[in-house]
Design a protein around this ligand. Sequence first.
Ligand code: ACM
Length: 523
Amino acid sequence: MMTYTFERPICYLALLATILLTACTGPTERELNLPTTDLTTAALIPLPLEVQATNSGFALDEYTAISTAGAEDFADVGTFLAKAINNHIGLQLSTGNASERGALTVISLEQTGDMGNPEAYRLLITEDSIRLQAGTAAGAFRGVQTIRQLIPHTSTDTLAENPIWVIPTGTITDEPQYAYRASMLDVSRHFFGVDDVKKYIDLMVYYKMNTLHLHLSDDQGWRIEIKSWPRLAEVGGSTEVDGGDGGFYTQEQYSEIVQYAADHHITVVPEIDMPGHTNAASVAYPFLNGNGKKPELYTGREVGFSTFDTRKDTVYAFIDDVVREIAALTPGPYFHIGGDESHVTEKPDYNYFVERVQGIVQKHGKRMMGWDEIVTADIDSTAIAQVWANKENGEQGIAKGMKLILSPADRAYLDMKYDSSSTYGYTWAGLIPVDVGYDWDPEEYFPKEHVLGLDAPLWSETIAELDELEYLAFPRLLGYAELGWTTQDKRDWETYRVRLGRQAPFLERMDVNYYRSDKVDWE
Ligand code: ACM
């Protein structure tokens, strides 16, 4: 490691001159362990819309302040950034109105007028300031993730007492190409507690995803307390695949997840899967059952055997209570009704069911989402179909004016194995190595104007612990984050794999059990 002997602030100019000179004439920056000052080669995921480098450096150090003067909800974003910087490099930066404290350099969060896209932001990085401009706190929050990713993992030492972290200067203008960038956690086949979900949110956030879809019920377990139907959680939540103890979120715990997500500008989409995938509910309340058999707790993996009785009014009174209670705890605009693989529900019964449930979801102020099978019902254009298996269903949804979410199983299912050596995961949709998960074009499925965004689902039949969940989700989740954010013309596996390899220090610092694919040179 080289050292520098100048007093600040002159030292930075001298430091940068040294870097530039050395970079032009001598060994590479990497050999000298010097920080890069080329913003265009920063290891950002997702890659921003536009990056212009000015090839100098902003020195982040203990004399840097975070300024959020003016905008109220921007203050929370500033506090988040201060905490993230503290966790990352140990600096305790002050926040608030920087001009009152004689800070030498400043990161300022500035609210602008409408930038068009609510998640858009602009970063103007010079030698003495980083200005983050956004029209909304959500945009500022996305921009803050870019700042976090620009902070090097190691400091550059000077002979002055304080280390500095050099951030390359230039301008970034950025916004997402899709409004909906989700991952789904199946907490039904195996239950994952509040802290596990919060950690997943922390990781999604760093890569600018904005939606967490929770698959809260299935044949093997019902995972959310419903006060008007208490046996759902008490009985329906009492087991899981392979016979573990299961579990469920109390309403307070679910609200804690929703609040944590909201604090991180993440929307929660709750899913109650029906009329199939309902064995656990029917064990709790057998009048719901429509398959003619006595329901028993189920810990196997096969699906498609259960159904609600779609022709009983009491079933819809029950669903009204469930949707009402969950909708009241969920500020986001969506309620996901599942609707997949109802193999023992007669088609007319299935369609009748989906139509009635759409009315219930709308009555409680939410917009209905469902897996792509729902398009056969007579539903309106506000419904959203999540295409996982059947492209023709997606086309039928478009014909009805519906928006789509893309989760093609052979590209986007996080529970498919990477390769034949994978310990966890399935192969029914194929193997999905890291490059196959990343290297596809959503626009080859459906025209962009019909697509709200992408969801990478993580089904949990084969994973019971957080480290197993992380093995399947990481690093592939980062690829889906980039697919949702970055325009197709900017995406390229060869440049992505370099940026991906440079995520290793972050993933290790976060104690993530990611799969070290040999397709990537990990830092
Ligand atoms: C699904 O994978 N059954 C949506």
